[in-house]
Ligand binder design. Sequence first.
Ligand SMILES: NC(=O)c1ccc[n+]([C@@H]2O[C@H](COP(=O)([O-])OP(=O)(O)OC[C@H]3O[C@@H](n4cnc5c(N)ncnc54)[C@H](OP(=O)(O)O)[C@@H]3O)[C@@H](O)[C@H]2O)c1
Ligand SMILES: [Zn+2]
Length: 361
Amino acid sequence: MTHRPYVLLSCALSLDGYLDDAADRRLVLSNDADWDRVDEVRASCDAILVGANTIRRDNPRLLVRDAGRRAARTAAGKPENPLKVTITATGDLDPAAAFFATGEQVVYAPSGVDTPGETVPTGARVDLGTVLADLYERGVRRLMVEGGSSMHTAFLTAGLADELHVVVAPFFVGDSAAPRFVGDGRFPWDATHRATLAEVRAIGNVAFHRYLLSRSEVDKHWLRRAVELSRNCPPSSTAFAVGAIVVDADGDELARGYSRESGGTEHAEESALAKLDPDDPRLRGATVYSSLEPCGRRASRPRTCTELILAAGIPRVVFALREPPTFVDGQGAEQLTAAGVEVVELPGLAGAAREVNRALL
Ligand SMILES: NC(=O)c1ccc[n+]([C@@H]2O[C@H](COP(=O)([O-])OP(=O)(O)OC[C@H]3O[C@@H](n4cnc5c(N)ncnc54)[C@H](OP(=O)(O)O)[C@@H]3O)[C@@H](O)[C@H]2O)c1
Ligand SMILES: [Zn+2]
């Protein structure tokens, strides 16, 4: 598998889903507070990519505006501004464009292009996978894609996107000659495979939405919540504090539970599953997110959480921390895997799950 940067798509839309109007001047969709939010995202990225047509139409500078953010980047050993990246087939780019004015630039084109900055000749058509692999080689770990329509469409339909930021401005463009957010295509996120809404926020009079697209980001999102939930557990000197959340294939939460939730000795997964009808068909496509590996052996109850998960027909389990052999030697993950359940361990969140249980470990 070739490595690629984390890809974050960002755009502002009208209520009817347009990125711009059909007139020559640039349409203002957002407001100052939102531009400041975009500036913060830019400052957090190693590179910013726009399609060649956005350079021609909008002449964006693609710089970090805030001096404090630039200083923080420099202090962290990074360039003041992210690398600017574009893709062109025709090579029709004005060397005097603001894109080339400050900082470093890379242009991906089928053959050499006579502009400032570096050109990477790609031969025939520019392939996004090749672009991402090359950016990774250059040290880019976090890439922001700021449009336009063809770029968003290409990254999304290729499934090469981890996160999407959409700002909706409260007005209509009402002209189908204007560019829409995306063109036609087959998108991995359709009515049956939905993206995960992670955040919605009013910024003045516009609405900011943050969606998680890649499975790895969705998993981290829910598992973080499960770890947070484990903080609610009544303390115990003989059992771990665990949080569990059951999420269906559409990304909707079905139930959540935590250890000793009703004052007894119940486990988090047990508590969550007890809130659901075992015949609920959504369980057959669900994922259990548990801060700790589901138990595979158990002193206090007849059925282990592993057995309960299997009985519910849940096909996928994601957890943060392997059950430490403090009380019993778990083996839950092995039992689940042997029974055909997809088990994903995210050790990146194990520290947080351990921290909640520090008194026991
Ligand atoms: N509201 C927002 O957030 C926002 C943000 C950005 C842009 N916009 C708007 O979006 C509109 C531009 O969108 P757009 O779809 O027309 O243009 P775009 O995505 O900015 O650029 C399209 C161009 O990129 C190049 N390109 C794309 N894929 C390529 C590939 N695989 N290989 C080689 N070259 C490739 C081609 O350049 P060549 O033509 O040079 O061959 C193509 O014409 C503008 O109206 C702009 O204002 C809005
Ligand atoms: Zn258990």
